[in-house]
Ligand binder design. Structure first.
Ligand code: UD1
Length: 439
């Protein structure tokens, strides 16, 4: 079986890593199995990693490959920036050639970025021979809905789901949304969350990050007075076009953080889109007393006590370390709502909605809107909250393994008429990909 996995933008890398790890685990088990029974045929999974180049520089892409131990992409499409139409079209044109050359059995797409939709759409219309055969399309993180069609990601999610053959959902809402849209339950598998697989796998390694020292957040007298204790700080990320592309909206959100920045430093790793807007709008920031010298070329000024510490986008391990030790996280990202849920860190989402309701129902997330007053209220409430939260179902570090189990089963059912061959694939019954409806 040949699986081709597509990555393109920053949030894809940590979602795809566990799938690649599960393929390696599967192949390793098969080889042990075949060493014991040398006469029986085995078919390992061949894997091709395609990077579209939607995100392309070291800060948004290269460092993630190192931090997550991802293999070098087999194919790099080098697409780069562009409008939605240009970027999507470029990826489609180049991906079609790759698909015709590689002829994989399965194409795995993850998340909701332009690369996800572009590659799913190309795969849905390709045919390798006159009988119309094409790869199975597997969408990882299917079914999430914000019900806000002004978000480009919502369009990408809906369209990708409806051209996919296998839908791997992270939470029960994903299953229900797909059923409400008429998707057959046979296609849907509630496997858990590969982004959380990565988090659980790399949490310990992230503790070795020196980011807290680099940002002067450690070594001062902390709340518990210890010499190496971490000072209280908040962590901020903003990158959604609806939040950062309009000066008044961006200023309103930053206004909501004024009080917080007076109480404690707010670390703000600034996404390239947001860096561009901050420069364009002439917005200035206060680093606060004692903050480390600011990197990059954003201007810093002002006079509040804690202040906002601007940095370039951080690598995966540095950011994970910062999230884990933060008093509070303020964000408009999708994935960070999930990661803070598992870390038990209070999270404030500066959006009007979330496509990840489980992070509010059983996690630490609260939806604050984008007005300064509602953000301030949410911050006050969240600061009074204890750390810790429930763990959503199947967010246990085995989502990648469940996905590979489903793909292997499906492949053997499709291509192996002799049932005895199925036994040669070591299916891991300890990781069932159940549907909540059957539970
Ligand atoms: C994209 C995704 C979004 C995801 C986000 C995470 C879509 C529609 N949006 O938004 O779902 O949450 O990534 O980051 O796919 N840039 C760089 N260096 C890079 C990458 C981008 O400087 O490595 C610049 C681009 O040139 C552009 C800006 O950052 O000016 C935004 O990049 P873009 O690819 O448009 O999407 P994001 O806003 O990052």
């Amino acid at each position: 079986m040949k699986i081709l996995t597509v990555v393109g933008a920053r949030p894809n890398f940590m979602k795809a890593g566990p799938i690649i790890a599960a393929i390696n685990e599967h192949n390793g088990t098969l080889l042990v199995h075949s060493a014991k029974r040398p006469r029986q045929p085995v078919e390992t999974i061949r894997h091709v990693l395609v990077h579209t180049g939607q995100h392309y520089d070291e800060l948004m892409s290269g460092s993630f490959f190192k931090d997550l131990n991802l293999p070098k992409p087999d194919v790099h499409l080098g697409v780069g920036p562009g409008s939605h139409a240009v970027q999507t079209a470029e990826i489609m044109k180049k991906f079609e050639e790759v698909l015709l050359g590689e002829k994989p059995d399965v194409v795995v797409v993850v998340g909701d970025v332009n690369s996800t939709l572009a590659c799913a759409l190309v795969t849905s219309k390709i045919y390798f021979d006159s009988d119309g055969s094409r790869p199975v399309i597997a969408h990882v993180e299917a079914g999430l809905r914000s019900f806000d069609r002004s978000m480009p990601e919502e369009i990408n999610r809906i369209l990708t789901d409806h051209v996919s053959d296998l839908l791997f959902v992270t939470e029960e809402s994903g299953f229900q949304n797909l059923r409400n849209e008429g998707v057959s339950p046979d296609k849907i598998h509630f496997v858990g969350n590969t982004m959380i697989d990565s988090l659980l796998n790399f949490k310990e390694k992230a503790e070795k990050s020196t980011v807290l020292e680099r940002l002067a957040l450690v070594g001062q007298a902390g709340k518990n007075g210890g010499a190496n204790s971490v000072s209280g700080y908040a962590l901020l990320t903003l990158h959604r076009p609806s939040n950062v592309d309009n000066r008044a909206v961006l200023l309103n959100i930053l206004g909501g953080l004024e009080e917080l920045a007076t109480d404690c430093p707010v670390v703000f790793p600034v996404h390239p889109r947001t860096q561009g807007r901050i420069r364009e709008f002439g917005i200035e920031f206060d680093p606060g007393a004692g903050a480390p010298e600011h990197k990059g070329d954003l201007r810093v000024s002002g006079n509040c006590r804690g202040g906002i510490i601007l940095t370039d986008p951080l690598g995966y391990l540095d950011f994970l370390c910062l999230m884990k030790h933060a008093t509070l996280v303020v964000t408009d990202s999708g994935g960070i709502q999930e990661e803070t849920t598992i870390l038990g860190v209070p999270c404030i989402t500066v959006r009007e909605n979330t496509e990840r309701p489980v992070t509010v129902e059983s996690g630490t997330n609260t939806i604050a809107g984008t007005k300064a007053d509602t953000i301030k209220d949410a911050i006050r409430r969240q600061l009074g909250r204890k750390r810790g939260s429930g763990v959503p179902k199947n967010w246990d570090g085995r989502a990648g393994a469940r996905i590979i189990d489903v793909l292997v089963r499906r492949h053997y059912e499709r291509f192996c008429s002799r049932p005895s061959l199925i036994a040669h694939a070591p299916l891991r019954t300890d990781v069932p990909a159940d549907n909540p409806i059957d539970a």
